[in-house]
Design a protein around this ligand. Structure first.
Ligand code: C2E
Ligand code: MG
Ligand code: MG
Length: 768
């Protein structure tokens, strides 16, 4: 019952206003219903006695209406309240209109003075004010002391009417309304104490929150969605350099610069454990990271700031050291120039993207005078000299020219925009002239002497290392061919280098344009008959004219072009043998000269066999001449290959024998069937006893080793006589034949009395 009356008393939450309103309504209705029942019953009995039955109807009507009010109060507050208001007005109207005694009747009108309070309680101020205004009408009537309307025949004035009306007024104003107001006030009191309690709790929790916020151990900010700082703790203020008392209403991004944010990597070596964060610079130069940005329910943000200045400088230092490490892996620390690896990479790029129509060259400068600087003034001065030389060289080079420190005292650069080798040489000379001849270092005057080597980059070049090797070889040649005590790169060297570069380029083009041809110089027996012929290469270059093999063969060897020349010579020689065999049915042994690098070629045997097969030439028609020095260069592999050739039936001769540094006894190591005595000894016959002795020794040794001997460069009869006397087997020289064109040999072979013998006949003896 009480629960139904008082309902649930809890906080004054807006949703629960209806609860206490309903409770107040029910209190008014129930108390009115019960208390006024006594008056109603008594007055009804009275009315029954006097026969005023209309009073019974009216009382019954009010009870029905009140019951309806009670019924609706359980369902709908406003319907219940409206019924109450209507009841109040209806009661006042009934009393005012139906009671004859005006002095009593006008008391009933007082009921309606409660209407504004009831309206305010349940409907709000507007209706309350309206009813206050409406109530002016009955008030005015009372002032005028005039009854409202009179309904004749409905006289309800009972004997106890005055007591009944007074009782109703008493009950309504002294019980019903006060109880309802008590109810409301009680609720208000409770609400106030609850609010006080809640605000106390709020104060405590705010204090705690402040304490936590200020002493959280990290810099915290509370911002709105636009970044406005609503609250900040001391750490955050000191980190941002901000005073929260004066710098109110400021936005976070006024304090940190977003423009030069830095990405930091935090974590260990394990990449997966790494975390990346952005760091921003504050006004006073600290670096902060924004961490743990969490959104609150009312669209505010809690931002944790972290001072990452230390981390940033560590990160920066680490970055610098990594960059340095990376730099040092590709650069020389002394001169800051790219190192050999970088040069190789650069050359790789150059080789894969050739500049068409342009001549590209790798040029190396060797600072020869460094040794003197080191010895005289110490390594420190040597280092300065190197550094200064590198700086001067860099300045002297064309813009964007790639320059590297190839090794300790060798600097290399790539020239890639010249049209002819000549232009390259001119450019190198210009660079050479731009470099100082001497330098003042710590009070001492140091000579700057260097040599230069040029390697031209050719279309078929693929390997940077080959190119570097060639440039070093050119450098070596330049260095050795000049006077070390003065400036090295003199005009003569330049000429020589220019010539060798031109020859190098010429060979490549000459092979393409078939500028090479073979001459054949016969070797004769004692009776003058031809025992064999030596193929000797001739080159008539379109640009350089006649170039002797003594010049172009060494250049081709250094430039790695000899293999192409040998392929050509072998092919031509085999073709020629085939032609003679077809023409004359016979052919003497043809000797082909091989270079040291040919002899160590892995594909040598295969190459020779392929040429022989192509032209159907038996091995006995071919002999290979290899110089003694060429054999010594890579003795084991050379011997292995010569053994293989010999086993296949090819002839082997050691050319220019006696000029090498090896002792004569070395001859026994080589699988040769023939030894060619160098023409420098032959030329000395009659003048130099020592040379004659050497010739004798070579011949005797060759006899012991069952080798035949050939004397080269026999030019006169006295030489021939001496050679015949000492037992030399064959002779070659201008005394008999100069190197001959094919046509001249054709004529020679065509003469019937020609002393020619087919090499096939000698195949079994494997000699000339
Ligand atoms: P070599 O193999 O010792 O050839 C003999 C050289 O002596 C030839 O010079 C020849 O013309 C020259 N000669 C012959 N008889 C006389 C003479 O009575 N007096 C003088 N003063 N010289 C004479 P050439 O043709 O200029 O060849 C020079 C060198 O070039 C050759 O020396 C050989 O080592 C090399 N060579 C020539 N052709 C080839 C070739 O096809 N391949 C290779 N790898 N080297 C070759
Ligand atoms: Mg020879
Ligand atoms: Mg020779």
């Amino acid at each position: 019952m009480f629960r139904w009356l008082f309902l649930n008393e809890r906080a004054l939450a807006p949703a629960e206003h209806a609860v206490w309103k309903l409770s107040a309504l029910r209190i008014i209705l129930v108390s009115g219903f019960l208390l006024e029942a006594i008056v109603a019953i008594d007055s009804s009995i009275d009315a029954w006695r006097v026969g005023a039955y209309q009073v019974l109807w009216i009382v019954a009507f009010f009870y029905v209406v009140l019951s309806a009010g009670l019924y609706y109060s359980a369902r709908n507050l406003h319907t219940g309240a409206a019924i109450l208001l209507a009841t109040v007005y209806a009661a006042a109207f009934s009393i005012y209109s139906f009671i004859d005694q005006f002095s009593i009747a006008k008391l009933g009108i007082i009921f309606i003075y409660t209407a504004p309070i009831i309206a305010r309680l349940f409907f709000g101020t507007r209706l309350a004010l309206l009813l206050m205004a409406v109530n002016f009408l009955p008030f005015g009537m009372l002032l005028l002391n005039r009854p409202l309307v009179s309904f004749p025949g409905i006289n309800m004035t009972l004997q106890g009417a005055h007591a009944y009306i007074q009782s109703l007024l008493f009950l309504f104003f002294n019980v019903c309304i006060p109880l309802a107001v008590f109810r409301v006030l009680h609720t208000l009191d409770k609400s106030v104490s609850q609010i006080q309690l809640a605000s106390k709790e709020l104060e405590v929790s705010h204090g705690q929150y402040q304490e936590i916020f200020q002493n959280a151990g990290s810099a915290l900010l509370l911002t709105d969605a636009g970044g406005k700082i609503l609250q900040s703790n001391h750490l955050a203020d000191s980190l941002l350099g901000r005073d929260s008392n004066t710098d109110k209403e400021t936005v976070l991004f006024e304090w940190i610069s977003l423009d030069n944010s830095v990405r930091l990597k935090v974590g260990g070596a394990d990449e997966s454990a790494n975390m990346r964060m952005s760091a921003y610079r504050t006004r006073d130069g600290k670096m902060v990271a924004l961490e743990n940005i969490s959104q609150t329910s009312n669209d505010h943000y809690i931002v944790a700031l972290r001072d990452v200045s230390g981390l940033h400088s560590m990160h920066h230092a680490l970055q610098l050291s990594l960059e340095r490490e990376d730099y040092l892996s590709s650069h020389d620390p002394l001169t800051d120039l790219p190192n050999r690896d970088m040069l190789r990479q650069h050359l790789q790029g150059v080789l894969s993207n050739p500049h068409h129509g342009k001549v590209t060259a790798l040029v190396s400068f060797r600072l020869n005078s460094i040794r003197h600087a080191n010895q005289q003034f110490g390594a420190h001065t040597g280092d300065i000299l190197l550094r200064r030389f590198a700086e001067d060289l860099k300045r002297a080079l064309p813009p964007n020219c790639f320059c590297a420190r190839l090794r300790s005292i060798v600097f290399s650069f790539v020239l890639d925009h010249s049209r002819t080798p000549g232009e390259i040489i001119t450019l190198v000379e210009k660079i050479r002239h731009a470099l100082p001849k001497e330098m003042e270092i710590e009070g001492a005057t140091l000579m700057v002497q260097f040599s230069a080597g040029i390697a031209l980059i050719r279309a078929e070049d693929k390997e940077p290392d080959d190119l570097i090797r060639r440039s070093e070889m050119a450098l070596d040649t330049a260095r050795r061919s000049s006077d070390q005590t003065v400036t090295l790169f003199d005009e003569e060297d330049a000429q020589q280098i220019r010539r060798s570069v031109e020859v190098e380029v010429g060979i490549v083009n000459g092979l393409k344009l078939k500028e090479f041809r073979l001459l054949y110089q016969p070797k004769v027996r004692h009776d003058g008959s031809i025992a064999g012929i030596e193929a000797l290469l001739r080159w008539k270059s379109a640009t350089l004219g006649n170039v002797p093999p003594a010049e172009f063969i060494p250049i081709a060897e250094r430039a790695g072009l000899i293999r192409h020349i040998s392929n050509y010579v072998l092919d031509q020689a085999c073709a020629q043998i085939r032609e003679w065999l077809d023409k004359f049915g016979s052919c003497p042994v043809v000797a082909v000269n091989l270079s040291a690098s040919d002899i160590t070629r892995n594909d040598l045997i295969q190459l020779i066999e392929t040429s022989c097969q192509r032209y159907q030439v038996a091995p006995s028609y071919l002999e290979f001449e290899i110089t003694e020095t060429g054999l010594i260069a890579n003795e084991n592999l050379s011997i292995q290959h010569l053994d293989a050739l010999k086993a296949r039936g090819f002839g082997i001769a050691i050319d220019d024998f006696g000029t090498g540094y090896s002792s004569l006894s070395k001859l026994s190591h080589f699988p040769a069937q023939s030894v060619k005595i160098d023409r420098s000894f032959v030329a000395q016959i009659g003048y130099n006893r020592k040379s004659e002795m050497i010739i004798k020794a070579i011949v005797s040794l060759a006899n012991i080793l069952l080798c035949t001997t050939v004397a080269e460069g026999v030019e006169n009869e006295s030489q021939e006589m001496f050679l015949k006397e000492v037992g030399c087997d064959f002779f070659q020289g201008y005394l008999y034949y100069r190197p001959l064109e094919v046509e001249a040999l054709d004529d020679l072979f065509a003469q019937n009395d020609s002393p020619m013998q087919d090499a096939g006949a000698f195949a079994s003896s494997a000699t000339l």
